[in-house]
Each structure stands twice: as C-alpha cells, then as structure tokens.
Design a protein around this ligand. Structure first.
Ligand SMILES: NC(=O)c1ccc[n+]([C@@H]2O[C@H](COP(=O)([O-])OP(=O)(O)OC[C@H]3O[C@@H](n4cnc5c(N)ncnc54)[C@H](O)[C@@H]3O)[C@@H](O)[C@H]2O)c1
Ligand SMILES: N[C@@H](CCO)C(=O)O
Ligand code: NA
Length: 816
C-alpha cells in the first residue's frame, strides 16, 4: 500500500488535476494499491488566510469567494461528465456557503481567533479533495472521500496542532479496516481536537497527513508529488548545474531541507521515519522521472557529499570576554536566555580558548538579543569580564551535507579551498561531530558564487567552469575563440574543464551574458546586442557578477587594459594576457601585479609575452625554481624581424616583406613597434625581470634597424611610404651580408644583468644562422646546461600559435 500525496502545484487547474488522474490510472492498471492525500488548490490556503484576516478588519470578501467558487466549478465542468456534475456542484456550493457564513461571522465580530482561522482554512482541503475524489470516481467507482479531521486527533494548539498519536492511529486503523475495498481520497493538513474542533497541522501539513496515515497503516511507501524533480544537489535557481539526487537518507534529507531545499518539511516526515517508510519525491510534470527516494540507508554514491544548501540572511553575534573562561554553565545560561526570548539560534561555534562564543541568528532578532544580553550580564559587562555583543550583518550560511563525509578526510579541505580560491572570506565555521554537515558563514553577496564554486568542486565530476571575460577581438582574440569553440567538447570530456566566454569587448562594443556567449556567432551577437564599450563598465560588471573561477583575457595591445589588472586581482579574477604592456611598464608596477595576484591566490599568466606560444617563460621559471643558475640568454625574439630577414633576399623589397609580415599576422598592430626594436626590447625586459633583475626600459641597449624618418612617420601609411624611400639603405645592408656569406639577425643578449638587442651579421657557424619563417630561438646557458645550452626554437609570432599560447595559459588557471 502506498500513500500518494499531491501538493497545491499538482492541484492547480483542470489540466494539472487531469495529470493526477493519469498518474492514478497508471498505478491502478499496474495493480498498485494506494491512498491519496491532497492539498488545497494552489494558493487557496493563502487566500483563505488573507480573506479571514481582512474580514477581521472589516474588509469584504464576497468577490474573492465567488472567484474561488468559480475555480472549483470550472474544474467540475472540465473534468466531470455532465450527468454526474450536479451533486458535486451542490456539495462545493454547500462548502462555499459555509465558508461565507464563517467569514461573515468574522466580519461581524471583527475578531479572528486561531481556532476560527483553522476552521476556515480547512475548507481549502475539503473542497479540493472532495472534488478530486468525485473526478476519480468516474474511473475508480470505489473512490471514497475522507475528511481526515475526523481521524487525526490533536491538542488544541490551533495553527500548528500536535497530534495525539495513539488515538489517531486507532481511528485510522479502524477506518482503514472498514474500508479496505475503497480507494481513499483524504484531506491533507486538517485534524480536530478531542471535542471535534477543527485544527490544522502547520507548515508541511499535507505531507504530515500522508506520513501519519502511512505510519498508522504500515504503508510500504509514501509518494510526495510536486512540481520539481525531487531533491537537488543545490538550489537550481542559483546553481544551473544542480541535479536531482536518486537517494538520500532521512538524516541527509533533514539537513538539506533545514537549509533551503524546500521540497519537504522535515518534521512532517517523523511518523514515516519512525516506521522506516521510504518517501519518494516525484514530479507531476515529469512523471517518468524516478525522483528522489528518502530512506533509512542509502547506497554510497560516488560523490563525497550529497548537497549544498544555504540560508540567505543571517547575522552573526560574537560574545567575547575573559569572564567566560572556565565558567561552567555560561553557555547554558546564554542560550537559555535566547530561548526564553524565542530567538532561534541557527549555528554556534566556540573556540577552545573559551574566550569567545559566536552564534548565528535571524537579523530581526538582533536588537532583542542585544537587549536581553545587556540586561542579563550588566554586571559582567561593567566589570569588563564580558564585552558588549558585537554583530556582523549581511551574512549567509552555506552548508555541505552528506553522510559520506563521515570519516572521509579532505572534504573540508576541498570545501575551504574552493571558497578561498574565489576570494570568499569565512566568518565562522561549524561542524557537528556527526560529520553530516559542515557549515560556514560568508558574506551574503558571495552566496551565489560560493554555491557554484563549491558545487563545481564536489559534483561536476570535478568539472571546472572557467568564466572568461575577453578583451580584444582582433587577430589573436578571434583566433582564440575559434580554437576554444573547436576544443570545448574535448576539454569537457577529457579534462573536465568547461570554458565559458561570459564577456567580450573590443574597443567599440562589449557584450556580457552570464550563461555564456555562443562562439559560433560571437561577431553578430557583439555587433547586434553589444553596448558601447568602456573598460570601466566591463570590469565593474565582472566584479558585480562575482562568478567563480573568473578569468580576464587581454588580447589587445592597449596600454589602457593593464590599468585594470590590479583591481581585477583584488577581486580574485585571474588574468591571462598576450599584451606585454603591463609587464614592461615600470618595475614597481610589474612587482605590484605579481604580489597582488599571489596574495589573492589567483593566476597571472603571460606566456605569449615572449616568443608567442613557445614555452619560454615557463621553461625559465622551471629552471629557476628547480635551482639552476642562468648564466646567459641569447635570443631572437621578434617573429616579425626574423621573418623579414629570412625573406629579404633576392629581388624582394624591404617594404614588401614588411607588408607581408603584417598580413601574416606577425607584426604588432603598428609594425613599427616591431621594427623599432621596441617589441623585442619589451621581451628582453620581461625575461630580465623574470630573472630577478629590476630592469627598466632605459637599461636595455637597443640597436636600431630603421632610419629615423621611418620611425618618426606620423601614421602607419606614411611609415610604409618612408620604407619605400629607404630601400637603398636596406639593400646596402643586405648586400654587405650576402657578400660575406652571412645573414642578418637581430639578436638579444642577457648576461650579468645587462641586456642588449643588436643587429648582427652571422655566418653559417652561428647557431642562429638556420632560421626560417617567423622563427624565434632562445638559448639558455645555465649551470646545468653549460657546454650545451638549452635551446627552444619555432614560430614565435602569428595568430594561431599565439592564440594557442593564450589558450594553454587559460586552461592552466586554477590548476594549482
Ligand atoms: N601577432 C602575434 O604574433 C602576437 C604574438 C604575441 C603577442 N601578441 C599580442 O597580441 C595582442 C593583440 O594583437 P592583435 O594582432 O590581435 O591586435 P589587433 O589589432 O588585431 O586586435 C586588437 C584588439 O584589441 C581591441 N582593443 C584595443 N584597445 C582596446 C581597449 N582600450 N578596450 C577594448 N578593446 C581594445 C581592438 O578593438 C581589437 O579588437 C598584442 O598585444 C600583441 O602584442 C601578438
Ligand atoms: N609582433 C611580435 C609578436 C610576438 O609577440 C613579433 O613579431 O615577434
Ligand atoms: Na612564450
């Protein structure tokens, strides 16, 4: 035998009641035996509460009551054959008339007692359940309407009555035995006192009715039907990746529902728990879905925790003072005091030094708590044995719940790591020794970020979602998008990484979508839905959204973007950049950025600053951290210049080769940044700084390649014209090299803290002689690689290799 309960959402309209009938017909055809419990139609209990309270203040209720009648009549007309309608219409009419009399009495007396209110509310369930039973009768002729107020006996605590179990059980058993051949349709929520005055069972009342009936007749199972798929790992409104749990234990269900998961009300389950009756949560909108089963013992699943829940608004109260130390009974006194004032204490922690007790309460209780504390401990406060209460506000509780945590080391470590990495400060921590629940108190504004970060770390089979804000959609930016789009499935399946591009900006337009931007269509989206771009607005939005694992990618060559890195780090956003400006600004700035990132526990990656995608920065860092000593670095680090000298031969003109280098995407947006040596100089400066030298721009000796006129050209167009005019100059250098069987190489050297970049002619014995395309080459002479230096060589410019380097940096964010 099953007890099947349908909540208000299932009793909303003709359509939803039709669904209930379908569900019951299916059960019936499968030979299942069941008792049905039903709530009032959705919204009716609230409406009746409101009407009765209003009536007590003299406000009329007739129109609303008419509406209520109509709602029930509509269902009758929709779902009951005409020939059977009359008696049902009549009975509902009788109920509504009785309701009207009751409300009229309240209106006349201008008084509403809890007792009268319960009586009035009981009509919600009476109407709905009677109605359902009569609809069902057409399919199951042995349907029987049961007014449970005649079976469930309570004390006279109206509004939240306490059940007298012994008597109730007897009445239910007797009724059940006498009606074994019937399908019972029982009202939820309502009961009565010994002397037959109507009472109600409080919050979760219909679930409670189901549990009481099930426990009394030793049912095999309870099904609670609502409009959700059961109990989820977290609130799906906040955590998009939350998913329904197949099984949870009674204890876990209690813990999860206590915080947030509103699908069931734990006290209502107690009669079922005491008889170990499993409870299944089902969805009327997703009938075939298994839902969540709540029972005594559950199979271990692969996740270390079951769910995450939260309470949104709490305040934290700190009691401090030497007067508490070693004082037996102090906390007893403190908490009885709060209990006496009906202040609900949600969480308590105490340090073992006994110098402080911290507890969480609801914000509306703060002033009362202060008042009673000050009054009770006036003497202790005056003599400085206790300090006045301090209160922290705008906080939330976040709790991870699950029986698997028990005896499993590392869960709290993981939990706190996820919070710490996302810059979420923990104000207090509590874990019961039952190890079912670890609760932390954090700032309210961080709750959504925290829920998502913690959910990711425990549930998405370790899938990490990187929330990316990308600035710069030129050569590199647009290529990066292509690469990410192509690779995202692989990353999801093989690396458990989800890359979500949440924001895109270029110098004209910006667009942000928290759910991710479709990379197949980003150009149109940005063009059509984007707003005017400003970096201020873009970064403000990043901070405001406060997403977990958040990364800012700088794919511009702009000096403006780097001004925002510092505040991004401070907001726990990692930065990946191919833009060299930040790292080649002043040494102080360079240091500040690094230190801030380190302090905030976020990443600052810029592998592509030197040699594009070639692993140069990484290699240098590895050499240094593993204790090698760098003696000398020699390198060709301008892809553009490398390409030019590799192709400036035979009939080719210097002008055309430069143009081609730009077309191939090797040059900076302004190619003079390359040809002036400035771009190379920046790279040398970054390498030198990585070595620990406080290098500034002026410390690097830079050999010129271009004649003055080219450098000074006011625009890129004029620069190209000047290049044409200087063709003789370039030809002469070319000739000279060719005559000596040499090639031109623009080479950087770093030795003894000194950095130079010079144009050299080298012969075939030089290790840098054989280069092709936009190749970069770098040779590290170190203590360990002394006679034979470590060499890295390959294309050091171009959109594909650079975007790939940015991509690799991005994937590494948060890896350590
Ligand atoms: N090309 C290479 O091989 C290579 C290699 C390594 C590093 N890089 C670096 O890549 C970066 C980008 O180069 P690119 O060739 O893609 O440049 P690009 O000119 O093609 O694109 C630059 C993008 O940045 C945007 N932008 C500029 N200023 C902005 C601002 N203030 N706010 C928002 N957006 C802004 C532009 O709108 C454009 O979308 C440069 O810093 C360059 O040094 C390039
Ligand atoms: N413009 C740069 C790109 C790599 O930073 C070069 O030519 O080397
Ligand atoms: Na690199």
């Amino acid at each position: 035998m099953k007890v099947v309960k349908f909540g208000g959402t299932s009793m909303e309209s003709s359509q939803s009641i039709r669904r209930i009938i379908d569900i019951l017909q299916h059960k019936y055809s499968q030979g299942e035996k069941f008792i049905v419990v039903s709530s009032a139609m959705s919204g009716v209990t609230n409406l009746l509460t409101q009407l009765s309270e209003q009536a007590a203040t003299g406000i009329n209720f007739k129109d609303e009551l008419k509406e209520l009648e109509k709602r029930h009549f509509t269902v009758i007309k929709d779902l009951i054959e005409v020939k059977y309608q009359n008696p049902v219409l009549t009975q509902i009419k009788i109920y509504i008339n009785e309701l009207e009399d009751l409300l009229q009495a309240v209106l006349n007396l201008k008084e509403l007692s809890l007792q009268s209110k319960d009586f009035i509310l009981s009509y919600g369930e009476k109407c709905s359940t009677f109605l359902l039973s009569q609809i069902a009768k057409q399919y199951f002729p042995n349907s029987l309407f049961v007014d449970t107020s005649t079976l469930i006996k309570t004390d006279d605590y109206f509004g939240n009555a306490k059940v007298e179990f012994l008597e109730t059980e007897k009445l239910i058993q007797k009724f059940y035995t006498n009606n074994k051949d019937k399908i019972l349709f029982a009202t939820g929520f309502i009961a009565s006192t010994k002397d037959n005055r109507i009472t109600t069972l409080g919050r979760g009342g219909s679930d409670y009715t189901a549990a009481i009936l099930a426990a009394s007749i030793d049912a095999d199972e309870i099904e609670l039907w609502s409009d959700v798929d059961g109990m989820l790992t977290a609130d799906p409104k906040i955590v998009k990746k939350a998913f329904p749990l197949a099984e949870v234990s009674y204890t876990e269900a209690m813990e999860l529902s206590y915080f947030g998961a509103k699908v069931i009300y734990p006290p209502a389950m107690i009669p079922a728990i005491s008889k170990k009756i499993p409870i299944t949560l089902k969805n009327t909108f997703n009938v075939d879905f298994k839902g969540t089963q709540i029972k005594e013992t559950v199979q271990k699943n692969s996740y270390p925790i079951k769910g995450i829940s939260s309470i949104d608004h709490v305040s934290l109260v700190n009691v401090t003072g030497s007067g508490m130390i070693g004082k037996v009974g102090f906390s007893g006194k403190l908490f009885s005091l709060l209990a006496r004032e009906n202040i609900n204490v949600i969480l308590i922690t105490q340090s073992s030094s006994e110098h402080s007790i911290t507890f969480a309460i609801e914000p509306q209780d703060i002033s009362k708590a202060k008042e009673v504390f000050n009054r009770e401990f006036e003497l202790e406060i005056e003599t400085h044995k206790l300090n006045p209460l301090t209160v922290e506000e705008n906080l939330s509780i976040l709790a991870i719940v699950g029986e698997n945590m028990k005896q499993t080391p590392g869960i709290s470590g993981k939990f706190f790591h996820a919070l710490g990495r996302n810059g979420i400060n923990i104000h207090a921590i509590a874990q019961g020794s039952s190890e079912y629940n670890i609760s932390v108190i954090i700032k309210n504004k961080n709750i959504s970020k925290a829920l998502n970060a913690v959910h990711d770390i425990f549930f998405i089979e370790l899938t990490k979602t990187l929330h990316v804000f990308n600035v710069g959609t030129g050569n590199i930016g647009s290529t990066l998008f292509k690469q990410i789009e192509k690779q995202s499935k692989y990353l999801r399946e093989n690396n458990d990484i989800e890359v979500k591009i949440v924001g895109i900006s270029n110098s004209r337009k910006m667009f942000i979508n928290e759910d991710g931007i479709d990379l197949e269509n980003w150009k149109n989206i940005l063009e059509e839905s984007g707003e005017k771009a400003t970096l201020e607005k873009f970064t403000e939005k990043i901070k405001q959204l406060n997403l977990s694992n958040c990364v800012f990618i700088d794919n511009t060559a702009s000096p403006e973007t780097s001004k925002f890195y510092q505040q991004l780090f401070q907001s726990n956003v990692s930065v990946v950049t191919c833009n060299k400006i930040a790292n080649s600004s002043s040494f102080d700035e360079y240091n500040l950025l690094r230190n801030t990132a380190r302090k905030r526990g976020v990443d600052f990656f810029y592998e592509t600053n030197v040699g594009a995608g070639l692993p140069i920065i990484r290699t240098l860092k590895d050499l240094m951290t593993s204790g090698d000593q760098i003696i000398k670095i020699e390198a060709i680090l301008s892809g553009t210049i490398s390409y030019i000298f590799n192709n400036f031969k035979g009939d080719a003109t210097f002008h055309d080769v430069v143009k081609k280098a730009q077309e191939l995407g090797f040059t900076e947006p302004d190619p003079r940044d390359d040809l002036s040596g400035k771009d190379f100089m920046r790279k040398m400066m970054i390498l030198s700084r990585e070595l620990g030298n406080p290098t500034e721009e002026k410390d690097i000796k830079l050999g010129e390649i271009l004649p003055e006129s080219c450098i000074k050209a006011p625009t890129v167009e004029v620069f190209y014209e000047e290049l044409k005019k200087s063709e003789d100059y370039f030809n002469q250098i070319k000739k000279q090299a060719e005559n000596n069987n040499q090639v031109l190489r623009y080479i950087g050297k770093l030795e003894n803290g000194e950095a130079t970049v010079r144009l050299e002619m080298v012969d075939c014995n030089h290790p840098f002689y054989n280069l092709t395309g936009s190749d970069n080459i770098i040779s590290f002479t170190t203590e360990r690689y002394k006679s034979n230096p470590l060499v890295i060589k390959g294309p050091g410019a171009g959109a594909e290799v650079t975007a790939a380097g940015v991509f690799a940096d991005l994937i590494n964010v948060g890896a350590n």
